[in-house]
Write a protein that binds this ligand. Structure first.
Ligand code: ADP
Length: 502
């Protein structure tokens, strides 16, 4: 008797593609690239001049939206780090710490103004090198970077008012290592308070986004900052490690992954080096039933999808009160269908390119994990450019609190939606995370905002808004999101010794 094999039932997919309306479209509105001068090759910025790397090695930096090479930049090795730290030490001892604070402030003001003057060029370079939409780099990154320099320039000669009855003195040479998500802004966050307090700097930008830091080096040179006060070394993890391990470094300021943050902490254990670490995040955005729903939905979209989710404080976990969950999820799905994914240099683009192939692979890995864990995945059906690294905005529903997509940082345009019934329940769920960088609360009631913000273990809690930054407010995390604060008066503290005035 012939045995007929039963055909396996087709596997039920839990991926739902939404419908992208192609019947209308904005006409392309690309920003002109002619505003930007990118050299073919960049050396290291040490002691106020451009120096060839000792190892004679260079590496490419590409445009993640087109995969085209933009330039090649020097790979700094230990010998270069040594040169940069020596230059920074000399500048500290002989010039910068002795200079009247008012004069130091003038240099910082000058850098701020020059960033404003070159804002368009910086924004274009940031977008070409990093993949973020020009709207973001033009309207947020570059102006906020200038504002940080303005803000800290103002403090330079007022430290006695910032810390009354105490004497603030600089630490010495600061080693600063920054990531690829806000290349110029992170450089500003780190350089401005260090200079205002009388320290000198060796800074390393991320290997995939070195160009705006190198442009900043040109600005610093043009601003006539004394040689060695700011040195910029390009390279990858090894270069970063050589800065961390250098005995001439007094303070490490690091923003990046929790994994590398832990390595750094281990490396400096037992030394006198001070450190601030700003690491990963998995921000909870909480919508209560009394919230203004449309405003909250827009805030959630802004919090995770704009900027490709490449923000450590991105609102990647959404907690919606059960009574309004259906309505909120429907509105979110409708809204992601209208987001424009594409060429970041186009002024209409909402979601630009993922910063690197490696990061895109990580995001895809998490999309698969989410599906395997049984969550339902809604992906925008928008077309993606054929070249470059792009990812559609994606929402997961039916997500369990223990699920990896609700616990781990994805760093992409991926939102995990969970529900709750009571305040106590959502506090417990929101705090049930190894991270504690930021959070958001959406409600009509002021008392609820205060109640929630007091109980949430997050460095920043936004109420009825999200991802808002100002140079005068401190930013930083709890738990595995790191320690120390950047921004505001708090941002001066990691760069000084305070002694009581007799
Ligand atoms: P991300 O995941 O955001 O790329 P990383 O922590 O890998 O974060 O990188 C952030 C910055 O840290 C980059 O400038 C990178 O080159 C640097 N870096 C990577 N590994 C090390 C290390 N072992 N020591 C110091 N810096 C490092």
């Amino acid at each position: 008797m012939a045995v007929t094999k039963k055909k396996a039932a087709p596997k039920k997919s839990n991926t739902v593609k939404l419908k992208f309306d192609t019947s209308w479209n904005y006409a392309p509105a690309p920003e002109s690239k002619s505003a930007a001068t990118i050299h073919k090759q960049y050396d290291l910025f040490i002691n106020g001049e451009w120096q060839k790397p000792s190892g004679k090695k260079y590496f490419d930096t590409i445009n993640p939206a087109t995969e085209e090479k933009l330039s090649e930049v020097a790979m700094a090795n230990e010998a270069d780090t040594n040169k940069a730290v020596t230059a920074a030490r000399n500048a500290y001892e002989k010039v910068w710490k002795k200079m009247p604070a008012k004069e130091r402030g003038k240099y910082i003001f000058r850098i701020a103004r020059m960033i404003q003057e070159k804002a368009r060029e910086l924004a274009v370079i940031e977008t070409l090198d990093g993949g973020k939409p020009i709207r973001e780099s033009r309207d947020f990154d570059v102006p906020t970077a200038a504002n940080h320099f303005f803000y800290y320039a103002g403090w330079a000669d007022k430290l006695e008012y910032a810390f009354p009855n105490r004497q603030a003195s600089p630490l010495g040479v600061a080693g600063q290592i920054i990531p690829w998500n806000f290349p110029l802004l992170m450089a500003a966050w780190k350089i401005a308070p260090a200079l205002a307090t009388g320290n000198t700097v060796v800074l390393k930008p991320a290997e995939t986004t070195p160009l705006t830091a190198l442009k900043l080096a040109e600005i610093i040179q043009e601003a006539d900052l004394p040689p060695g006060v700011v040195n910029i070394l390009t390279g990858a993890g090894e270069t970063g490690a050589s800065i961390v391990n250098h005995p001439g470094i007094d303070k490490i300021a690091f923003t990046g992954s929790t994994e590398v943050g832990k390595l750094i902490q281990r490396a400096i254990a037992g030394t006198n080096k001070k450190a601030t670490l700003e690491l990963g995040g998995k921000a909870a955005n909480i919508i209560f039933e009394d919230a203004p729903i449309d405003q909250a939905v827009e805030g959630v979209i802004n919090g995770i999808f704009f900027n490709q989710g490449h923000v450590c404080c991105a609102g990647s976990r959404l907690y919606v009160q059960e009574s309004i969950a259906k309505q909120v999820i429907r509105k979110l799905k409708d809204r992601i269908e209208t987001l424009i994914v594409g060429d970041p240099i186009d002024k209409n683009t909402d979601i630009g390119a993922i910063n690197s192939k490696q990061q895109l692979d990580t995001i895809h890995k998490y999309l698969n994990i989410g599906k395997k864990e049984g969550a339902e995945m809604y992906e925008s059906s928008c077309p993606l450019p054929r070249k470059g690294y792009f990812c559609r905005p994606t929402i997961f529903t039916n997500v369990a609190q223990s699920s990896r997509i609700a616990q781990e940082e994805i760093f992409g345009p991926v939102l995990a939606v969970l529900t709750f019934r009571t305040d106590d329940e959502v506090i417990e769920k929101a705090n049930n995370s190894p991270y504690g960088l930021s959070a958001g609360v959406w409600t009509d009631k002021g008392s609820k905002i205060f109640n929630m913000t007091k109980r949430m273990r997050a460095g920043v809690v936004w109420a009825n808004t999200f991802n808002k930054f100002d140079p005068s407010s401190p930013f930083g995390g709890y738990k595995e999101s790191g320690f120390g604060r950047e921004g505001g008066l708090h941002g001066l503290m990691p760069y000084i010794h305070l002694t009581h005035q007799s």
